[in-house]
Design a protein around this ligand. Structure first.
Ligand SMILES: *Cc1c(COP(=O)(O)O)cnc(C)c1O
Length: 379
């Protein structure tokens, strides 16, 4: 039966739909600025891989587009099976999502609501405060050490009986620093078993420090550890939105419950599988980026900059009040970087030509600043 009424419901004057109070004041995610429009421009603002997907991956994606009229495989079964085999974990311990940010949001949703606390280092990945607040939970930010590293003892001290989830971002975005395995194990020993520890390893493939942890190894012995990985950075598929978690039950099960149905497209699923199979070629590109990172880091040190040793595909300049001026200088020279006003600038390691522009700009900036008598303010 259809009922038609000429009477409109009375609107509440001056008010739209009621939204949850938790949404008030959520900082918006700031995307990296696109490359500018000058004669030579590069985007070093979003930690993307500068190389296009391998040709085989592109062809796989294109043929998956033949079936765009169909929903994708809801459970990403082929991709999950491939990942499970690769990491030697049960299929039921792998959960995919719309980028690892999507999976991180599901983890917060699944563990923390109003009155609960989520701990993370700060500054760290800017998505953490946003997804925590969306859930209505409270952020507990533990400042990085003077060396721009996670202060794991202080993070363990911050645990209360309201703590539900702790993010450990290693390498840390935006500082590039890693935790060390022994230190991380001591931390995990202190965290109560009913608190979920999420080790966000978005940049794992770029890590060369032998003391850095392998989240998957830690997960094996610890039911409260969940590892996040992504196809967006080393694998170069940022535009396709596919990431995954490795976690024990019931965490993996909770991720299947909270997933947006059909969130990961068939194009993304098939391209991720093709990327895993093209791994040796992809890792060659990663090796080139790591070599560029060493070159950039060494050149900056020679110029007199003191930047933290990065294990990721970016470098961090702690610039304080000079942050926006440095970002503007980079943009004027042809590279966009990611400034965090009043704190510092994160610059992605990109193509050698882009890195050269960054290095020239950094050198000139330092020279100008010491001419102005300001002295080096980085630490
Ligand atoms: C880039 C990044 C991610 C991954 O994002 P996707 O959603 O997978 O594209 C996750 N964590 C950190 C710390 C990152 O920097």
């Amino acid at each position: 039966m259809t009922t038609a009424s000429s009477q409109e419901p009375a609107p509440r004057p001056g008010k739209g739909p009621r939204l949850r109070a938790a949404l008030e004041g959520i900082p918006s995610y700031v995307p990296g600025r696109p490359a500018g429009e000058g004669p030579v421009t590069y985007k070093l603002s979003s930690n993307e891989n500068p190389y296009p997907p391998l040709p085989g991956v592109l062809q796989t994606a294109i043929s998956a587009a033949d079936s765009l009229n169909r929903y994708p495989d809801l459970s990403c079964s082929a991709l999950v099976a491939e990942l499970a085999e690769r990491f030697a974990v049960p299929v039921s311990h792998v959960a995919t999502g719309t980028g690892s940010v999507g999976v991180a949001q599901q983890l917060v949703q699944a563990t923390a609501g109003p009155g609960d606390e989520v701990i993370y280092a700060w500054r760290s990945f800017e998505a953490y405060p946003i997804i925590t607040q969306i859930s209505g939970a409270t952020s507990v930010r533990v400042p990085l050490t003077a060396a721009e590293e996670h202060d794991l003892p202080a993070m363990a001290d911050a645990v209360t009986d309201r703590t539900r989830l702790i993010f450990v971002c290693t390498p840390n975005n935006p500082t590039g620093t890693v935790t060390r395995r022994a230190e991380l194990e001591r931390f995990l020993d202190r965290v109560p078993q009913d608190v979920l520890v999420v080790i966000d390893e978005a940049y794992r493939e770029f890590v060369r420090d032998p003391q850095a942890p392998d989240g998957i190894a830690l997960y094996r012995e610890r039911p409260n550890v969940c590892v996040l990985r992504t196809f967006s950075k080393a694998y170069g598929l940022a535009g396709l939105r596919v990431g995954f978690a490795v976690a024990h039950e019931p965490v993996a099960e909770a991720l299947r419950k909270t997933a947006v149905p059909f969130g990961v497209s068939q194009i993304a699923q098939n391209a991720a599988i093709a990327s895993l199979r093209a791994e040796s070629a992809l890792l060659e590109r990663v090796a080139e980026l790591v070599a560029e990172r060493q070159r950039v880091s060494a050149a900056l040190a020679a110029q007199g900059w003191s930047v933290p040793a990065s294990q990721a595909n970016f470098v961090w300049f702690r610039l304080g009040e000079d942050t926006m001026a440095f970002a503007a200088a980079c943009e004027a020279a042809g590279v966009t970087v990611r400034p965090f006003a009043g704190e510092g600038v994160r610059a992605t390691v990109g193509e050698p030509a882009a890195n050269d522009i960054l290095l020239r700009t950094a050198e000139a900036f330092l020279a100008e600043r010491s001419d102005a008598g300001a002295g080096a303010r980085t630490r």
